[in-house]
Design a protein around this ligand. Structure first.
Ligand code: PXP
Length: 244
């Protein structure tokens, strides 16, 4: 038996490196094609308000070259929804965004932003775009997500990943994720997961039944510096496949 979880490869940090110098190198479309050829099931990018990595031109050129779905991570605001409506990616994952953060540090606070999210969701013009919320593995957030009619969540695995690295309470963080997946399953909500995943910590997440997709970026792009993007993705795919 093998595990068929989809792997979304987040290539934001190819653009981060390019932007450090300006110009076109390293080319984001080349990264997208290499990822696709190595077996990525999706390409994931996060267009941030400050465009610190990928921008709209990147989004357009990636969509032009890939033959696999594109998963667009965006903040929940009208500007970003307009971008989603214009480019119509396969899926949109709403994430919280704070200009000062280095990366997405926590899940979307669906409870606190319930009414705002409800009205923003009405602005998504195409029913063909799959919508997910990036949330912490928290029961209350899941209830609120269900109440908004959202059918896909991506669980933030950052606390779990942090626990593995720092040898903290891994069991505790893992149990939160397992419980959230079970609850989501009861609500017929599909589960994805991501953030901070690497070769060492991905198996325990990939072996949770009913997780359908993992989105991994920073580690893969970092590892690619030493081993090549194709090899890094092939290795990650193999670990995920064997995690049962
Ligand atoms: N999923 C979401 C929603 C994210 O915001 C991020 C970070 O951009 C990731 C997955 C990937 O996290 P990492 O880069 O730590 O693998």
């Amino acid at each position: 038996m093998t595990n068929n979880i989809r792997l979304g490869v987040n290539i934001d940090h190819v653009a981060t490196l390019r932007n450090a110098r300006g110009g076109i190198h390293p080319e984001i479309t080349l990264a997208a094609k290499i990822a696709e050829n190595a077996g990525a099931d999706l390409i994931t990018v996060h267009v941030r308000e400050d465009r610190r990595h990928v921008n709209e031109d990147d989004l357009k050129s990636i969509l032009d070259v890939i033959n696999i779905p594109l998963n667009l991570e965006i903040a929940a605001n009208p500007e970003m929804i307009a971008i989603a409506n214009k480019y119509k990616p396969h899926s949109v994952c709403f994430v919280p965004e704070n200009r000062k953060e280095i990366t997405t540090e926590g899940g979307l606070d669906v409870l606190k932003n319930f009414e705002k999210l409800r009205s923003l969701l009405k602005n998504i013009s195409s029913n063909d775009i799959k919508v997910s919320f990036f949330i912490d593995p928290d029961k209350e957030q899941l209830f609120a997500t269900r109440d908004l009619g959202i059918k896909i969540i991506e669980l933030h695995t950052g606390s779990y990943a942090h626990a593995v690295t720092k040898k903290m309470d891994i069991e505790l963080e893992l149990t939160k994720i397992q419980d959230a997946v079970r609850l989501a399953d009861n609500f017929n909500i599909n589960c994805h997961a991501g953030h901070g995943l690497n070769y060492d910590n991905v198996s325990l997440i990939a072996s949770i039944p009913n997780i359908k997709e993992l989105n991994i970026g920073h580690f893969l792009i970092g590892d690619a510096i030493f081993n090549g993007l194709q090899n890094s993705i092939l290795k990650m795919k193999k670990i995920i496949k064997e995690a049962i």
